[in-house]
Design a protein around this ligand. Sequence first.
Ligand SMILES: Nc1ncnc2c1ncn2[C@@H]1O[C@H](COP(=O)(O)OP(=O)(O)OP(=O)(O)O)[C@@H](O)[C@H]1O
Ligand SMILES: [Mg+2]
Length: 278
Amino acid sequence: MSKEDYFIVGGVDVGSTTAKSVILDSNKKLLGKSLQNVSPRVAEDAETSFVKACKDAGIDRDQVFLVAGTGYGRLKVRFGKLVVTEISCHAKGSQFMFPNTRLTLDIGGQDTKAIRLGEKGEIIDFSMNDKCSAGTGRFLDVCAESLDYSLDDLGPVSLTATRPVNITSTCTVFAETEVSNQLARGRKKEDIVAGLHDSIAQRSLSLMRRVGIEKEITFTGGVSRNQGMVRSLENILNTKINVSPLSQWFGAIGAALYAIEEVKKGGEFVFEQLEVHP
Ligand SMILES: Nc1ncnc2c1ncn2[C@@H]1O[C@H](COP(=O)(O)OP(=O)(O)OP(=O)(O)O)[C@@H](O)[C@H]1O
Ligand SMILES: [Mg+2]
């Protein structure tokens, strides 16, 4: 394969909660994508996710020259011949979609990560939440359930709040107790929801401060679909942040971009782990 040849690659981001796949061509055009929940059978989910994206792109899987895996379950992308860490992939995807990105905030189901980028998209520093799921999508999922809301409701409900409550804990284990305590105090559901978002924004702010806050800030991961979360972050940061309807796929897009680079470099792939960053 030479630099000028047309070829197709795949990026598969297997997270703790969802698997996201994209199909890109060598001109970096998005041909297809998929999203699905992850079950205990992670390797199968990775496979299904990739097959669905091929279908969405209207191609046969054999037409894909190289697949790169990323995310928590990246080593389960067994059909992929390249493995890249998610810090690298979220940074790469963000910089591709928003070239002036200097800080990427990825809030997924289990992890929250702040990544600072240089002018050329290089990773300067990153920080992530500790083992606990406080301040992640999982926390919002538990709260939505205890308030009888769907995930899609959370953002719109949060935007109707008039007096967000002050939530003291973002511990997922105590999330239900926190919610019922606030309800018992007679607080409105929308004000509780907005308070939950604000508390996550506060936690994310600490993470972002650790790496240094610099504009532009790009929000990735599934929680970026939540408009209430976008608003809370913009309020606390006092600036607009970049979000795209594709934000949940930025890690997968980054992986596919690494695959394009590797093919153009003319690598022979058996199975290579590209440790661009931890
Ligand atoms: N429609 C939606 N509205 C609001 N939030 C959503 C929506 N869909 C997904 N989410 C949030 O996104 C989270 C999953 O995000 P994502 O797909 O980035 O996780 P992941 O990559 O599997 O996790 P991690 O990166 O932590 O391993 C869910 O936990 C949920 O909180
Ligand atoms: Mg993720």
